[in-house]
Ligand binder design. Structure first.
Ligand code: PGA
Length: 261
């Protein structure tokens, strides 16, 4: 059975000791699930080294919340791919909604970061999603398509196997977010999957497309039941290790049924 890909970005909420405690607990709670899930955690930069040292082997993939495309130079405040390699990060998240909408990152910048992440051996996790205005104006599909087409414009068309895409509608994220319906999510994941096939050919169906945005125990099963949803990217509902473990255990039977096991 294909494993469920599930992870969390802890945003700017946990310091070093909180991150260590979270990871240690999560690791213990999920230790019998290695054959069923691929788990990843993306904590703040300052916690990455401590996080790396806490993680037992490759049981949890470790991610960075952002990365500069440049290796070195006069880029005050940025973190280089070489620095992340020194720590041993597995995943680099690129273009999270908060990077795009609070810090003004553009599709062209995301493209440079995706290119650089692959070049340095990381798994790029490209986040895409439309705003509520774009949704209301009926241009959500075009927005998603252009985020993918530009975001992946700089990579070798045969080098897509490591990529992950997260669909996170901007209006669904965070405390003021309103979760999307499962029907809407399936429709958008279908647009994403067909755009990926257009870009990389039929083999691109192997690219995992995650849903994120106010995922919680009440809606997670429905999202995961959708044909084109390969996993979940969870924020607030995953920041307590016990709750996250419960959420994971809740979706495993749903996934097995979908996969016909
Ligand atoms: P949320 O965050 O689950 O708290 O809405 C999701 C995200 O930003 O990835």
């Amino acid at each position: 059975m294909k494993k469920i890909l599930i992870g969390t970005n802890t945003k700017m909420t946990k310091n070093i000791s909180e991150t260590k405690e979270f990871l240690a607990k999560l690791q213990t709670l999920t230790k019998d699930l290695d054959n069923e899930i691929t788990l990843f955690v993306i904590p703040s930069y300052t916690t990455l080294l401590a996080a790396r040292n806490i993680i037992d082997g490759d049981r949890i993939l470790l991610g960075a919340q952002n990365m500069s495309w440049a290796e070195t130079g006069q880029f005050t405040g940025e973190i280089s791919p070489n620095m992340l390699n020194e720590i041993g990060v597995d995943i680099v998240m690129i273009g999270h909604s908060e990077r795009r909408h609070i810090f003004g990152e553009t599709n062209n910048e995301e493209a440079l970061k995706v290119e650089s992440a692959l070049k340095h051996g990381f798994i790029p996790l490209l986040c895409i999603g439309e705003t509520s205005e774009e949704k209301m104006s009926g241009i959500a599909n075009e927005v998603l398509r252009s985020q993918l087409i530009t975001g992946f414009s700089k990579i070798d068309k045969n080098n897509f196997e490591k990529i992950i895409v997260a669909y996170e509608p901007v209006w669904a994220i965070g405390v003021n977010g309103e979760p999307a319906t499962a029907f809407y999510v399936q429709e958008k994941h279908q647009v994403i999957k067909s755009t990926l096939v257009e870009l990389f050919g039929k083999k691109a169906t192997c690219i995992d497309v995650l849903y994120g945005g106010s995922v919680n125990p009440g809606n997670a099963n429905e999202f995961l039941k959708q044909k084109s949803v390969d996993g979940l990217f969870v924020g607030r509902s995953a920041w307590n290790a016990v709750n996250f473990n419960n959420l994971i255990r809740q979706i495993i039977p749903v996934w097995k049924e979908k996969e016909g096991k």
